[in-house]
Write a protein that binds this ligand. Structure first.
Ligand code: G16
Length: 550
């Protein structure tokens, strides 16, 4: 055993020598490691090592590795690990990821790797299983080579599945399905996912008329590939008018398109704003982000005014619809619906949900935080305002639905619809495609267009500003990122600025995916919001500059 392990360590060291660490400090952030793609080969190699350890620690369960930088600019890339249930990597392991990524030499790396294995009592020669995928970024194939070099060092101890170019949520689905011993979640393949979604969609649409064609901005990313493939499975039910599908031209990814562009700029992507695209009254459009795990909707009110239907609007639509179905199924005593948001949720959306006696939890930014909070509800609807989210049905809720004894056709139908929704909605992570189907199904059931969906509540005017600072790590937060604890004194100044504004709210947090600080502001009027955002932005700039020169 000992000599076998020595041989393995030598093989890993030899391979690792090909991927030296650059002079950069890496952190496992909101969604894994993210920075310029050219800086990442050593990180990806080491993430491969950690994926194997994680799998070994979990008795050979399959772990996912996704190479993507999602909404970030094209030169960036990133990598994150997916746990066996399709969830984000358990948080305590992020420290191990950061530790391995920052080892300066191969020798340090091997020592750190052995230390983690010893601490976790992992036999490094035991079997492991890893499935991986990547998006359409130009740096993807090179980084995948680094991952493969790492995994190959383990020889046939590690079972490897390469899903190729696909979306983040598909990878999460495949991980979950692969580890599902009951084999009820679905076939562990890309096709298996599309079949599952299409079958659930067919059940939910029933004999209703086909859905209206939908414009989908694919951010010139991998969502374009997924949409084209998936479209073939649902041809008789719905058609997609795909826009921004150029995954080949340099610089096109996420450029003036995509969910992040729309949400941040609060405007249509130029290609969607072209005359004729959303011209028909009530035509809806939707934007994916670069790896198709977020979606926002929009339409032109009266054919003119841009109206955003973001993650908050989707959460409200979904929560009220599901709550309605639960009542129709007469299961309201057994199944409680709750909503999870972050500080970015528009104040009006939170108020609207609470007024309907639906509990709301606020967590820090990052799917990993929302997901865990949502698991505490029987049905947990979680969405970030930026369009990241899904709906989780607990095992208990599913059992209640499966065992229900409906006493009327209406109860029976509502129960079946809830079960079909649990199939339609990605239970591992938010998926732009699955969320799109959820929205379309709800609108079809309600016989609503975008205007009726939008009518529920009016967003408070809001602004999101990216501020580049010399060192974002000096910004530390508490209270689900709603308050700063550092730099000292800054929060007091923000509070004073907020107190002067009607319905004012503002917070500052360091981004976990980009080298910037984010400022959010909302207030009762647009001028007041813009002014508040400008004041807080200035406060951040001055404080950061002062700290840099101190
Ligand atoms: C990632 C995370 C999201 C988060 C977003 C922005 O999204 O998965 O939960 O909202 O980054 O995070 P931050 O404000 O920390 O930069 P994506 O779509 O880029 O994977």
């Amino acid at each position: 055993m000992a000599s076998q392990n020595q041989e393995l360590l030598q093989a890993i060291a030899k391979a690792a020598d090909q991927y030296p660490k650059p002079a950069v400090t890496f952190t496992y952030g909101t969604a894994g490691f993210r920075t310029l793609g050219e800086r990442l080969p050593s990180v990806i190699f080491r993430v491969g090592m950690l994926a194997v350890l994680r799998s070994q620690r979990l008795n050979g369960a399959t772990i996912g590795v996704m190479v993507t930088a999602s909404h970030n600019p094209e030169p960036d890339n990133g990598v994150k690990l997916v746990d066996p249930a399709g969830e984000m990597l358990e948080q305590s392991w992020e420290t191990h990821a950061t530790a391995l990524a920052n080892c300066e030499t191969t020798q340090d790396l091997i020592s750190a790797y052995e230390a983690i294995a010893a601490q976790m009592r992992i036999d490094i020669s035991s079997p492991a299983s890893v499935v991986y995928a990547y998006d359409t970024r130009p740096s993807g194939p090179g980084l995948i080579k680094a991952l493969e070099a790492s995994l190959s060092a383990f020889g046939d101890r590690v079972k490897i599945v390469n899903l190729g170019i696909t979306t983040t949520p598909v990878l999460h689905y495949v991980v979950k399905a692969t580890n599902d011993r009951s084999a009820t979640y679905g076939k562990p393949t890309i096709e298996g996912y599309y079949e599952k979604l299409a079958a659930a969609l067919k059940t939910l649409i029933g004999n209703r008329a086909p859905l209206a064609p939908l414009y989908v901005d694919c951010a010139n990313g991998v969502g374009a590939v997924a949409l084209e493939e998936f479209g073939k499975y649902v041809e008789n039910i719905m058609t997609f008018k795909a826009l921004n599908t150029d995954t080949k031209s340099k610089g096109a990814l996420n450029y003036q398109c995509g969910a992040d562009f729309v949400k941040t700029k609060q405007q249509l992507p130029p290609s969607v704003a072209e005359p004729g695209v959303l011209a028909q009254p009530d035509t809806r459009g939707a934007s994916f982000d670069g790896d198709a795990d977020r979606i926002v909707y929009y339409y032109l009110r009266d054919g003119k005014t841009f109206r955003l239907l973001d993650g908050d609007k989707i959460a409200v639509l979904a929560a009220l619809f599901i709550e309605d179905l639960v009542k129709r199924a007469r299961l309201q005593d057994a199944i409680k619906v709750g909503v999870v948001q972050t500080a970015y949720a528009n104040g009006s959306s939170t108020k609207f949900i609470k007024e309907r006696n639906i509990p709301v939890t606020c967590t820090a930014t990052g799917v990993k935080h929302l997901h865990h909070a949502a698991l505490k509800y029987d049905v947990g609807v979680y969405f970030e305002a930026n369009g990241h989210g899904t709906v989780l049905f607990s095992a208990a809720a599913l059992e209640t639905l499966h065992k229900a004894k409906p006493s009327s056709p209406e109860e029976d139908k509502a129960t079946k619809n809830l079960l079909a929704l649990s199939e339609l909605i990605n239970q591992a992570v938010g998926d732009a495609l699955s969320d799109l189907l959820l929205v379309e199904v709800i609108l079809a059931h309600r016989a609503w267009g975008a205007a009726e969906w939008d009518a529920g509540y009016e967003d408070l005017p809001n602004r999101l500003v990216k501020v580049e600072v010399p060192d974002r790590t000096i910004f530390l937060t508490t209270d689900a990122e709603r308050k700063l604890t550092s730099p000292l004194g800054l929060q007091k100044l923000i509070d004073e600025a907020v107190a002067k504004v009607e319905q004012g709210r503002s917070f500052v947090r360091p981004s976990g995916t980009e080298d910037c600080v984010r400022v959010y502001a909302e207030a009762s009027t647009t001028p007041a919001t813009d002014q508040l955002a400008a004041i807080v932005t200035d406060l951040v700039k001055h404080t950061a500059a002062a700290a840099a020169t101190a």
